[in-house]
Design a protein around this ligand. Structure first.
Ligand SMILES: [Fe+2]
Length: 130
C-alpha cells in the first residue's frame, strides 16, 4: 500500500490535505479488505471504494478551481487527465461477481491508488511549479 509522504507535497495546503485524505480512504479500504474477522466485508469495501471515487471527483473540482484561479497554463490537458480517470473508474463494476472477490477488489484499489500516486507526481506537482 502506498502511503502519503513529503514527495507528494505541493505546498498548497488545501490540495495537500485532500491528497492525504485520498490515501487515507484507500488505506481504510485495504485494511477492511484484509480484516479476517469482518463479516460482510466486501460490501463495506465497495462502499469505501465508492467513497474514494466520490472524494476524488470532489478533489478534482477543487484542484481545477485552483488552476483556473491561478491561470495555470496547462489547465485543459490536466482536466482531461481527471476526466479520463473518472470515466475509466465509472466503468468498473465494483459489484461484479468474481470467484476471488478479495483479489478483484485489491486489483481495483491498486489501480486507483497507483493512478493517484502517478498523477500527483507527474502532473499535480507541476501546478506548484515543482
Ligand atoms: Fe490533478
Amino acid at each position: 500500500m502506498i502511503k502519503w509522504n513529503s514527495k507528494y507535497e505541493l505546498g498548497i495546503p488545501h490540495i495537500d490535505e485532500q491528497h492525504q485524505k485520498l490515501f487515507q480512504i484507500a488505506d481504510e479500504a485495504f485494511r477492511t479488505l484484509r480484516d479476517p474477522f469482518l463479516v460482510d466485508k466486501y460490501d463495506k469495501v465497495v462502499n469505501v471504494i465508492e467513497e474514494l471515487q466520490e472524494y476524488a471527483v470532489y478533489h478534482f473540482r477543487a484542484e481545477e478551481q485552483y488552476m483556473q484561479e491561478t491561470r495555470y497554463p496547462r489547465f485543459l490537458s490536466h482536466k482531461v487527465e481527471h476526466d479520463d480517470f473518472i470515466k475509466e473508474v465509472s466503468n468498473i463494476n465494483l459489484r461484479a461477481v468474481d470467484e476471488d472477490p478479495e483479489g478483484y477488489l485489491v486489483n481495483i484499489l491498486d489501480f486507483v491508488v497507483g493512478w493517484i500516486s502517478n498523477h500527483i507526481l507527474n502532473s499535480d506537482l507541476k501546478i506548484a511549479g515543482k
